[in-house]
Design a protein around this ligand. Structure first.
Ligand code: AMP
Ligand code: FE
Ligand code: FE
Ligand code: ZN
Length: 298
């Protein structure tokens, strides 16, 4: 059983539509796929319909932009009810922060003599619920300013570059609690990579476990072999789940092909059990429960 628990569609900054993502996952030989767009559940319904067609299990999820001690932390949330008020309020704040920084980024680019406007970014975003720097990057590619997203980040959009503008991030601890309250489970994405926790010590992780963190994403392209072993040991010590995933973004991110990292079936089962416990406690129903909670299938 091949399981990939972290992928993006056009609902955020991936380049495949949710249905294309699911079909690509089936072609890549995956049995279980989580769709985890940044800060939105927008792709879930389309992905679920496609998953039923091609016969793979879809786990509805999202990657929430949080912050902790001044760092940006990406939090994967699986099977939360996105309409649960504490979660819905934070997601709305993050999405609005994503929108409101676009004009600032464009003004900075204009200062460099690069003329792109909000319509160019909107066109590049293809109706994404979560706009981001990758869409500004795509608009720069269309204009012929840069060759690809990587060059756009390296020259203009990456942290510390001229057109970098910060945005609102949800507080990590409150968001972990909000995900649990929404009947879901949380996993820290690429904890030692970009948008990770820095190099979290065991005390920090143990504390996050106490407030409800379910797991750590161990196998990710941002982590080298030594980091993976270290994180796997940490997850084991604090009794948390260790996942592995591609962080696929279609053609938007090189070296992140579907299934390039996968999650051990036993770890996946534990994650789904924790989600089921959380859902039972909260009495919240994930809109796509029939797809996402089909543990042990496929
Ligand atoms: P944002 O959430 O708008 O701040 O943009 C962050 C997103 O940009 C991340 O989720 C990555 O998918 C993407 N990203 C960051 N750095 C790069 C890069 N060097 N090349 C391509 N995509 C990147
Ligand atoms: Fe992304
Ligand atoms: Fe991430
Ligand atoms: Zn991601």
């Amino acid at each position: 059983m091949r399981i990939d628990l972290h992928t993006h569609s056009r609902a955020s900054d991936g380049t495949d539509t949710p249905a294309e993502l699911v079909r690509a996952a089936a072609r890549a030989g995956l049995d279980v796929l989580a769709i985890t767009d940044h800060d939105t559940a927008d792709g879930w319904a389309e992905a679920a319909a496609a998953a039923e067609e091609v016969g793979i299990t879809l786990v509805p999820g999202m990657e929430i932009s949080t912050g902790h001690r001044g760092r940006s932390v990406h939090l994967l949330a699986y099977l939360p009810d996105p309409t649960s008020p504490p979660l819905a309020i934070e997601l709305a704040r993050v999405l609005s922060g994503r929108e409101s920084r676009v004009p600032d980024m464009l003004a900075r680019l204009r200062g460099l003599g690069i003329e792109i406007d909000a319509d160019d970014v909107r066109a590049a975003a293809h109706g994404a619920a979560a706009t981001g720097r990758p869409h500004v990057a795509d608009a720069l590619v269309t204009l012929g300013v840069v060759a690809d997203r990587t060059e756009a980040f390296d020259r203009y959009l990456g942290a510390g570059r001229v057109a970098f503008v910060n945005r609102y991030a949800a507080p990590l601890e409150a968001t972990i609690r909000a995900v649990t309250e929404a009947g879901g489970v949380s996993v820290i994405a690429h904890p030692w990579g970009r948008g990770g926790l820095g190099r979290p010590d065991e005390a920090t992780l143990a504390h996050l476990h106490d407030i409800g963190l379910a797991g750590l994403e161990v196998d990710h392209q941002d982590h080298d072999a030594a980091t993976r072993e270290r994180l796997r040991a940490m997850a084991r010590e604090i009794g948390r789940v260790a996942t592995g995933s591609s962080d696929y973004h279609g053609t938007g991110k090189v070296d992140h092909d579907l299934g390039c990292n996968t999650t051990d079936p036993g770890e996946y089962e534990r994650l789904m059990e924790l989600a089921a416990e959380s859902a039972a406690r909260s009495a919240r129903v994930t809109p796509l429960a029939t797809y996402g909670r089909a543990t042990g299938t496929a």
